[in-house]
Design a protein around this ligand. Sequence first.
Ligand code: NAD
Length: 350
Amino acid sequence: MLASSTRQRVLFGAGVRKQLAQEVRALGCTRALILSTPPQSSSALDTAADLNGLSAGVFSRAAMHTPVSVTEEAIQHARDVGADCVVAIGGGSTTGLGKAIALRTDLPQIVIPTTYAGSEATPILGQTENGLKTTITDPKVLPEIILYDPELVATLPVGMTVTSALNAMAHAAEALYARDRDDQTTTLAVDGLRAFAEALPQVLRDPENLAAREDTLKGAWACGAVLGQVGMALHHKLCHTLGGTFDLPHAETHAIILPHAVDFNAQAVPALLTPVSDVLDGSPPGHALWTFARDMGAPMALKDLGLQERDLDRATEIALSKPYWNPRDITADGIRALLQNAWAGTAPEK
Ligand code: NAD
């Protein structure tokens, strides 16, 4: 594994979250506001209790897609309680709230991730206002400190463990052919893919295997870090379209689209995607990812997420409406065929 970015402090280990008070003090802070989603409020309360006098309380209303209205409410709350830093404990939604607060207030952030989404390692923030999702990249939103504690991710239900892992692997797979890649980002991407290829099966055999959970968190960090360093292409754009227009769930959509998007691009850049085959079963990259996802029990077909077959034409149109760079030319026929396979759950060719 490569050393962590010089711009973030990144710690791994069972129980490392207990070091939070020390990290808050090291930032020069004394009043940390703990953030979470409503279902994770008890973890947030435990975290606040661990902080003793350094906690300024808990704000447990983080929500999917980081609505600006929730951010404004959280900022008002942070002001009312005199918070001088935020601690996000949760997945990408909670991390998103911490980032949105930091963007507007410059408060330093500590993230304690409980999924593999990887947002904690990027300077990217997606937020929604009046039903519109916008994404910005700003160094201000990159969290200062990440505490990766496998004891917390061990509570992630098995289904979410798998889809969240495939969501992370998607960042790494697309980084392999990113236009602005370099040898460092490729190494990071391969590290991330290998960590999940090796540790995810162990986690599924024993979800409380903390050593394997820690290895998956190292994968999440590598995949998140590389997402923050290079541009994404077809896979992420398609997932954004499907999520935004058809309200499909984030991690599941990534899990289903990934083998098909990789299979599509492998036709143009097979050599760049060889590492995907190498860390999995040696078959062509799209097929290898499809087999891995199936063996891990992932959802395999968009139709099972409720997408109607008649929506595929509209999805194709939207996917083509805003041009972006991709290693293979994006054509209506190509995307329509890709989406048909993803909708039906058909295996890419071996
Ligand atoms: P999430 O944060 O929305 O969490 C989903 C649900 O799982 C929530 O109810 C949460 O409370 C619960 N949960 C999380 N961890 C748990 C655990 N260990 N045990 C039990 N329940 C748990 O889901 P996510 O997939 O982590 O994040 C998705 C969001 O993150 C999307 O909005 C996506 O756009 C964003 N994201 C942003 C970036 C970025 O760089 N900006 C990167 C990746 C994802």
